[in-house]
Design a protein around this ligand. Sequence first.
Ligand code: SF4
Length: 409
Amino acid sequence: METSATEILGLNIQELTDLIGQLGEPAYRAQQLFHAIYRQRISSLDELTTFPKSLRAAMTEQGITLSAPKIDKKFISTDGTIRYLIAFPDGQSVETVWMPEGDGGEAGDGTDAGDEEAGGPGEVGAPSVAQPQVGSQNKNVAQQQVGNEKRKTWSRATICVSSQVGCAVNCKFCMTALLGLKRNLTAGEIVGQIAAILNDHNVDLEKERINIVFMGQGEPFNNYDAFIKAVRLLVDGVGFPQSRMTVSTSGIVPRIYDLGQEPVRPKLAISLNASNDEERTKLIPINKKWDIASLVDAARAFPLRNRERLTFEYVLLDNENDSPDNAREVVQIIRALGDKADSAKVNLIAWNSGPEIPFSTPSDSRVHAFQKILMDAGVPAFIRRPRGRDIYAACGQLKRTESVTRSLL
Ligand code: SF4
């Protein structure tokens, strides 16, 4: 075989079988390799103990590598959320967020977590902007949450994953947009991010309930092939049920149709964020290309599984898109879904502030008034609990901010 470098993190069973065949090894070795990379979550060829040393040496000689992404830094919130900076061999990095107990809006676990939160303790309290905290409370949480975790303080958790380094969509309320798009992640880098976080928490997926949300840096549907390959590897290899994953799109309409045709796929969340085209085009410029009517058409055509919900995300910006009229327009959008309206729900997110972003967080009363209009009209609406605002880990805040709090690494 050729001696050019071959990265095996991200290869599926067929590709590994081909590779093993080229090495002159029997096919069962490909199964062992697949199991070791994804189920055991090894991070280097040295950990491949089911292979004889001589075979590992031959692989290295042939330029076969396993380059798992590394945790570069981690920032711990007072609420237990951890923002990770994950570094890749080429020097690029992304952020991945660990949210113990979820944020009430992921709806990726088959039980509709958002429902559990409505009116409950997870409902948004005072959505004021938390200040960076490096005090003793922070440290205590850190001691409970990181390292080898002698004592796990969570019963379930959600991992928010990035799909690109930066993002080209340019939503006006999002700090990631300020990075621009640096590059797409490979399927291996997407899976590797998740494996690094699972390993950091010694997660046993057979016993512990972890949700995945593709809502970190980047627009997953602008990196569709790598995203969907990663999903298949997470299901077939790592061992995540597809019902515990949710992907959020800013509205790349053709890919919504594509996702609907996938035999294995996450649940769908659409970031609506505005109630009419004029406002949406201002906030999310791609609305010029795919307007609200085309989004509604795609959502209406999206085939849902038994008991599956279709989520619309709505970031509330003070005095921008959060008026009672806006809420009434959202009701009309949901009603335009026809049969699908009964399966739809709206997650409301009071905007999480960031430097250089010219919006404000609405008051509790405005957020609740907006929610009430939707609920009174029969549209299920849930207020997502902000997680990790103090460490810039919350929705729309992922921009490699390092100045806010000390890192633990
Ligand atoms: S909200 Fe999502 S799609 Fe929009 S700029 Fe930020 S990362 Fe990109």
